[in-house]
Each structure stands twice: as C-alpha cells, then as structure tokens.
Design a protein around this ligand. Structure first.
Ligand code: ADP
Ligand code: MG
Length: 379
C-alpha cells in the first residue's frame, strides 16, 4: 500500500528524522489559514500517490496569500498521471543548499533490503542510476537490524561533505533504515533529503510503500483498507477474501483464480455472481460455515456454488462446514458443491448422507448448470 507524502512524513518524523510540520488541507480557504499559521512563503503540494508531482506542476512555492489561493485552486482537482488531487500539503518553504537522495527498497534478488544514497537528489533518481550508476551508493543490510552508523559513514566516505554534515546524514540514513524495517515497508524514500542554508539536514519529500501482506501488523496504517460493511468485517475476522457483487449467485472457491473462473461461468448463464469468496488454504469447518453464512446473507443472493480443489484445503472438513451451516441455518436456498482432491471421498460421503447436491467427477460447468436449473425451479 502506497502512502501519501504526508503519511510517509509521519513515519519519518516518528523515526526522529527532521521533517517540517506542514498541514493537510482540502480547499483554498483552509490552505490560506494553514499558510498564515505556518508563515509565508509556503510550498503547496499535491497529495497524490504518483511521483513526479514537481514536474507535473503539483508543487508550487507561494510567496503571498494570493499565490496560496491561486495555487491551491489550480492544484486541487488537477489530474497527475491520471490521479485526481483531492488534498494538499502546505509546508514551510525550506532554504535548500543541496538536494540529496536516500532510500531503502527490497532487493528481491539478494533477498535483503537495499540502502541507496546519492548526492544528486531532487531529480529522477532512476535517471541518475541509469546514466551515472556510480552516483548512487548502495549497501545491503539485514532484515533484522538497520546498518550501524559506522557502516553508513563508510559508504558516504568519499563524498564531499564536512564531517559534521556527514554525521547528520548518516544519522538520518540509519533512522530511515530502522523505520523501513519497523513499518514493514517495501520502499521508504526521501527525495530530496536536503542540506539547508544553515547546514541542517531535512526531509522534504517522502515515499512510503507498506508491504500489503503486513498490513495486519500495521493496523494504524490500513484505515483505507478497513472493511466497510458488517459482512466484510466478518469475512476479515475469519481471514477470507470476500467481495459483494450485484448478481444472485454466491460463489465460494478455494483460490481466487478458481473463484474468478467460476464467476465467469456463472456470468455466462442468465444469472450472475452476487458475491466472491476465496476461502484461502486450510479452512476449518467452522470458518467454512461462517463463510457460507456471510455469502448467503449478501443482499440479492438466491443460491450458492462452492467450488473446491482440495490441496491444502481438506474436502471432508469443508463438507462438514457446509452440512453444519445448512442444518443450523436452514437457508432455504439451493447450494451446490463441487469438490475434488484432498479427502474427496470422505467429503462426498458426508454430502451424500445429508442430501447436499454435489458434482462428483464432473466439471464446474455442470455444477453451475445444476445450481441455476435448481434456482430456476427446473429441478
Ligand atoms: P515530487 O518528487 O513528487 O516531484 P517533491 O516533494 O520532491 O515532489 O518536490 C519537488 C521539488 O520541489 C523538490 O525537489 C524541491 O526542490 C522542491 N520542494 C519540495 N518541498 C519543498 C519545500 N518545503 N521547500 C522548498 N522546496 C521544496
Ligand atoms: Mg520527490
């Protein structure tokens, strides 16, 4: 999950990296108020996830109130790389002497975080890396701990800064690496990291990408991912992927690919998928019953198709969940199961004993046909 600049700056600030305190605003009036509080001149910055805002006209220095209003008006609603700008960050203007680059990203080849530093920040770092690779210093470090300060000082060794400045930069870089690890980032980048006219070091921009698989460990970061409906919350609580759709057939499958293929087949009939649910691997009977309960409570749903390829999932355990749900909830709506693989015979036996319609050796298409014909009252 990519964060906005102002969210990325919160991470940097919490890590002890010097970052000016700006304000996030949503209209020119708020921008003006913020600018008055901060003190002119200010920088008006588009809050979009795309990079290269400066080049696209999304970063402007406003020297007076008129400019604050004008730039706020111009930038709000602006499309930057197809993304509409809805909020601005109003930041104090910094007196820049030098623009540097510092970033950490995941190197999938080395299987380790990669620290990068360049004395040529501010511009497109990919271009510097492509045209003058020697200007980007690189160092891998362990996922267990940030690199020690002396290692970073070694890396910066030949650069033309005085030792006090080098030390300030090294502290920021170590803090950046630590914040990268602690926030489960796949990228955490400061471009530009500047040296100010007074010789201080400060981060003027922040790009942070949080590893999606780690969002549950970063709950304060995933407000945007928060489930909105009660059914979505329940699905999250049992660890399944659930999406409400517009049709009348609840599709539950083991694996997103199988679920999508099943939905496609349902959508070829006169019916359409009303919900998508991916059980994931290793689902229990209890969670199967709850998954079916969630799917069949989806507004508009009139029947359910369960399509399982048992690998990590066990067909018998899933069949037990289906039977338990049907017997406890008595939904009064048709349910058809197709399951193959791990413990299929035991699963089939259970379904048979409890009169649940299922497809044994046939195809998903047959399962779809059986369900829709039942829903259409032909059976
Ligand atoms: P992007 O990387 O999306 O273009 P940045 O935040 O890096 O956006 O801003 C682009 C450029 O604008 C920076 O390289 C810097 O020169 C200038 N800039 C950004 N913030 C400030 C600031 N607070 N004070 C002065 N100049 C700034
Ligand atoms: Mg930048």
């Amino acid at each position: 999950m990519r964060l906005f600049e102002h969210q990325g700056k919160e991470i940097l600030r919490a890590a002890g990296i010097p970052v000016a305190q700006g304000q996030v605003v949503a209209n020119p009036e708020e921008a003006l108020l913020a600018a008055k509080e901060i003190g002119l001149p200010v920088v008006v910055k588009a809050q979009v996830l795309a990079g290269g805002r400066g080049k696209a006209g999304g970063v402007k220095i406003a020297r007076d109130s008129n400019e604050v209003c004008r730039f706020a008006q111009d930038i709000l609603g602006m499309a930057i790389k197809g993304e509409t700008c809805r909020e601005l960050l109003i930041d104090p203007m910094t007196d820049i002497a030098t623009e540097l680059y510092a970033g950490v990203t995941l190197d999938p080849v080395a299987g380790a975080p990669l620290l990068m530093f360049s004395h040529r920040g501010g511009v497109d770092i990919e271009e510097v890396a492509a045209t003058s690779p020697d200007d980007v210093l690189k160092m891998h470090f362990s996922v267990l701990a940030p690199p020690p300060q002396y290692k970073v000082l070694e890396l910066l060794g030949h650069l033309d800064f005085d030792s006090a400045t080098k030390l300030k930069i090294a502290r920021v870089v170590v803090a950046l690496a630590k914040a990268y690890l602690e926030n489960d980032c796949t990228t955490l980048e400061i471009n530009p990291l500047v040296i100010t006219g007074e010789g201080e070091v400060a981060a003027l921009d922040a790009k942070a990408v949080i590893d999606d698989s780690a969002l549950r460990r970063q709950p304060h970061r995933c407000a945007a991912e928060e489930p909105k409906t009660e059914l979505e919350k329940r699905a999250r609580d049992i660890g399944v992927q659930y999406v409400r759709l517009d049709g009348d057939v609840a599709v539950l499958a083991g694996g997103a690919g199988l679920a999508m293929a099943t939905m496609d087949m349902v959508n070829y009939t006169a019916h359409a998928a009303g919900s998508f649910l991916d059980t994931g691997g290793g689902i229990s009977s209890e969670r199967t019953a709850e998954a079916l309960r969630i799917s069949m409570s989806t507004p508009g749903v009139k029947g359910a198709l369960i399509n399982i390829f048992g690998g990590i999932n066990n067909c018998e355990i899933i069949a037990r969940g289906v039977v338990d749900f049907l017997e406890s909830d008595k939904p009064g709506l048709p349910v058809v199961v197709k399951m193959r693989g791990h413990s299929q015979d035991e699963g089939w036996t259970l379904l048979e004993e409890h009169g649940v319609p299922f497809i044994k050796y046939g195809t998903t298409e047959e399962a779809v046909r059986l369900l829709v014909s039942t829903m259409d009252g032909e059976n």
